[in-house]
Every structure is written in structure tokens, then in C-alpha cells.
Design a protein around this ligand. Structure first.
Ligand code: FAD
Length: 408
């Protein structure tokens, strides 16, 4: 089989690979992108419920910190080079204007993820990057001053290789962790990988019995086994037949998985302190002794939930006149500090992103080049990077893809 020569081979046609390929080709490099599926960008198509939450309105330090301190610091250069405002301008130029929705998310005005993918593919075509589909890369090796990249029917020789193979979540989209194997062969280490942004499996029967309830304005936090709070969120929470879902619980999945189980802590009245609530309750008891304890709970909570919380505190059917100090303390603790054991999320099949990946200290954040193998570049979710729900993962994929494309 004779080898085809190019400057850059990009492995993987997701958000990061497509952005990297167009960027490198726009610099005059000859680029081929190899995608194992029949069609590139499957994850883009299913993202954001088929609408693709392209990026966020957050910016600067605040944006950086969404990825956590260490990962945010690694991303600083990339995010500075392609902040969300530039992503918006880029897609506007490509004919896909974006607009803001709840939780600072930016979606295409057309509401179609397909438009985002088509725009990235058109950008590749215009730049001259060749996109080859049904081309699963089987191996990447070094031969003299070139890389040799093999698919089942072709061999490519290239000066640079950009690995943009994604993580492990939603395998059916092509993310099967192949990239980890490719870079391991060059000495890279892969940090432990966990499902993140996935619904939480909660075994407590009372949670499952509340399926269908959606809460706004409650605070939910992840706790490790030692009771240390990892992440807090005040985004919507959905009770399901398997546990908890919706943006806030999903944001906690990576922490729960990483600490191999822990606790979810719910605060149903985040705007009041325990002392404030208690004094309101005592005042209420003075005037409305015949009312039931459930009447003390925040009025915006659904009745079914209020009943369940009273039952958990052992205050079901108790009137305010009969609510003694111990019962009041139990109810306060259920309302402000309800800890629910949670061992796992629903796993990689339901996870929007992978936590963990290629170790960041082995990659130069200013070029995305491997510190171990010159000419080898990495971008997107294959790296040990993950962000919360809200467009942060595409933002990181585009920004790191651009940097890799500028240097490969
Ligand atoms: C259901 C769902 C909804 C999501 N919604 C959003 C959202 O709205 N906003 C957001 O910011 N993020 C969202 N995400 C996360 C986001 O989609 C990913 O973080 C992002 O797509 C990662 O891009 P990537 O290019 O690094 O990897 P991927 O998109 O996973 O692309 C990797 C590509 O590499 C290919 N590949 C793998 N191995 C090989 C090989 N050996 N040879 C050739 N090709 C190979 C794969 O087939 C795939 O096409 C969502 C994820 C899911 C699963």
C-alpha cells in the first residue's frame, strides 16, 4: 500500500477535529481529517437536544473557573485566543447566528444542530481540508521524521498529527477511547476516566416516588464520602424513576463518580439561614398552632415533596402547636441539609462528557503539542478537560482545536 503524503492528519471529525482541520488548512497546510463514522460530527447533531448549545455568554476568569482551577488554567491561552464572543462571531460569519437562552447558553437562532455541523464542514471545504469518512484510524507510529497513520485501506504520512478522538461517553457516536491508545504509545499517561454530566442514580425510594417533579431555586451539592462539598448548583432539578436528573444533578455526576460514591446534599430554602427559618417557624407556630408542619415548608415546593420531606423528618400529621424542639430541628435539617446517598451516575451511555483523559501536564497549553512527542497535537475531549452543562464543552473543543490547528 503506497502512503499518501500530507502536512497534517487530524484524527476525529467532531467539534475539535473539524475546527482544527479548517484552522490548519487556512494556514496553507495540506490537511486530511480521518473520521471513522460514515458521517462526521454525530455528537454535534445530538447535542443540546438536537439544538446544539454552541457556547456560553460567560467570559474571562469566570469562564476559566467553570472548568475548575487546574483545568481552567490549562485552557487560559486557548480561551483567550477564542473566547465565546469570537465563537459567536465565527459562526455568524459561517451563516449561523446564535442567540442567548436560559442559563447563559447560546444556541443557533435556527435551533438546528445540523446548521452548526454543516457550517463546520463548509468551513473545512473552503479551507481545503479534506474530510475522509468511514476511515477508522488503527495505528499511529513514527517513521523517521514523519508520522505514519494507518486505516484499514490506506496509510498516510504526515509531519503532524492532531488527535481529536473525543472521550468515552455515548460510544455510539464514535467516542470509544481510541485516542488514548494512540497517545499511550508515545508515552502519554491517561488519567482515570469517569462519566460526567449524567443523571444520578439514587436508590432512596422517596426520591423515585417523586418522579416527574421539577424544582427551580433549590441548591444541590455533591459531597464526597468524608462530607466535603465539591460542587454547588442552583439550577433545575428533576426527580426521575432512577434518581435525579436535569442540569444541576448532571453537573454533579463527575464528582460523585470521581469520589466513587458520596452524597447529594439538597437545600430547599437556599435564601434563608437555619436561624432565620427557625425564627419564622416559631413565629408561625405562635399564630397558627392548628396548621400542619408541612405548612412551614417553602410554599413554592410541590405538595407531594412537602409531604415526603415531613415524612423524612418524622413530622407527618403533626400540628405546629405539637411540633417540639427536636421535631423542629429534624425538619430544619431536612429542609436545609438533606443528604441523600448516591453511589453512581447512569454511566457513560448517558454521560454527555468524560472526566479525565490525556494528562494535561504532558501537553503544552500554548500549542496543544505533546511535550513528549514533537509534531503530536491533542485537542477536545480526549484531553483531561470537562466543563459543566451550558456550552462549555464545545467551547473548550473549539478553542483547543483552533490552537492545535494554528501550530500543527
Ligand atoms: C447527548 C449529548 C449532548 C451534548 N450537548 C452538548 C451541548 O449542548 N453543548 C456542549 O458544549 N457540549 C455538549 N455535549 C458535549 C460535547 O458534545 C462534547 O464535549 C464534544 O462534542 C467533544 O468534541 P470532540 O471533537 O473532542 O469529540 P467527539 O465529538 O466525541 O468527536 C470525536 C470524533 O472522533 C472520531 N473517532 C474516534 N476514534 C477514531 C478513530 N480511531 N479513527 C477515526 N475517527 C475516530 C469519532 O467517531 C468522533 O466523530 C453533549 C454530549 C452529548 C453526548
Amino acid at each position: 500500500m503506497s502512503a499518501l503524503e500530507v502536512d497534517v492528519v487530524v484524527i476525529g471529525g467532531g467539534a475539535a477535529g473539524l475546527f482544527a482541520a479548517a484552522t490548519a488548512a487556512n494556514r496553507g497546510r495540506t490537511v486530511v481529517l480521518l473520521e471513522k463514522n460514515e458521517r462526521p460530527g454525530l455528537k454535534i447533531l445530538i447535542s443540546g437536544g438536537g439544538r446544539c448549545n454552541v457556547t456560553t455568554t460567560r467570559s474571562g476568569k469566570d469562564l476559566e473557573l467553570q472548568y475548575g482551577e487546574r483545568r481552567g488554567r490549562f485552557l487560559r491561552h486557548s480561551l483567550h485566543g477564542l473566547p465565546p464572543t469570537s465563537v459567536v462571531a465565527h459562526f455568524e460569519r459561517l451563516g449561523v447566528p446564535l442567540r442567548e437562552e436560559d442559563l447563559e447558553k447560546l444556541f443557533p437562532v435556527s435551533q438546528k444542530a445540523r446548521d452548526v455541523l454543516e457550517a463546520l464542514l463548509a468551513d473545512c471545504r473552503r479551507s481545503g481540508a479534506q474530510v475522509v469518512t468511514s476511515a477508522a484510524v488503527l495505528s499511529v507510529a513514527r517513521d523517521g521524521d514523519r508520522f505514519v497513520v494507518a486505516t484499514n485501506d490506506r496509510v498516510w504520512r504526515a509531519h503532524s498529527v492532531i488527535v481529536a478522538t473525543g472521550g468515552l461517553s455515548y460510544r455510539k457516536t464514535g467516542a470509544t477511547g481510541d485516542g488514548y491508545g494512540f497517545v499511550r504509545s508515545f508515552g502519554h499517561s491517561i488519567t482515570s476516566t469517569y462519566p460526567a454530566l449524567a443523571p444520578l442514580q439514587v436508590d432512596a425510594a422517596w426520591v423515585r416516588q417523586l418522579q416527574g417533579i421539577v424544582l427551580h431555586g433549590v441548591e444541590i451539592a455533591s459531597m464526597d464520602r468524608d462530607g466535603r462539598i465539591k460542587t454547588r448548583r442552583t439550577r433545575p432539578v428533576l426527580f426521575t424513576h432512577k434518581g435525579l436528573s436535569g442540569p444541576a444533578p448532571m453537573d454533579l455526576a463527575g464528582d460523585i463518580e470521581e469520589s466513587h460514591g458520596g452524597m447529594v446534599r439538597l437545600d430547599f430554602a437556599p435564601n434563608a439561614s437555619i436561624a432565620e427559618l427557625e425564627s419564622q417557624w416559631l413565629e408561625s407556630a405562635k399564630h397558627h398552632g392548628k396548621r400542619l408542619a408541612a405548612s412551614l415548608l417553602p410554599a413554592e415546593l410541590p405538595d407531594r415533596l412537602r409531604t415526603a420531606l415531613c415524612a423524612l423528618a418524622g413530622c407527618e400529621g403533626i400540628t405546629l402547636a405539637n411540633l417540639d424542639r427536636a421535631a423542629r430541628q429534624r425538619l430544619l435539617s431536612v429542609v436545609k441539609d438533606l443528604r441523600v446517598p448516591c453511589e453512581r451516575s447512569l454511566g457513560f451511555d448517558h454521560a454527555e462528557v468524560t472526566r479525565g483523559g490525556v494528562a494535561l501536564d504532558e501537553v503544552d497549553p500554548k500549542s496543544m503539542q505533546s511535550r513528549l512527542q514533537p509534531g503530536l497535537f491533542l485537542c477536545g475531549e480526549v484531553l483531561d478537560i470537562d466543563g459543566p452543562i451550558g456550552g462549555f464543552n464545545f467551547q473548550a473543543a473549539f478553542a483547543t482545536g483552533r490552537v492545535a490547528g494554528l501550530h500543527a
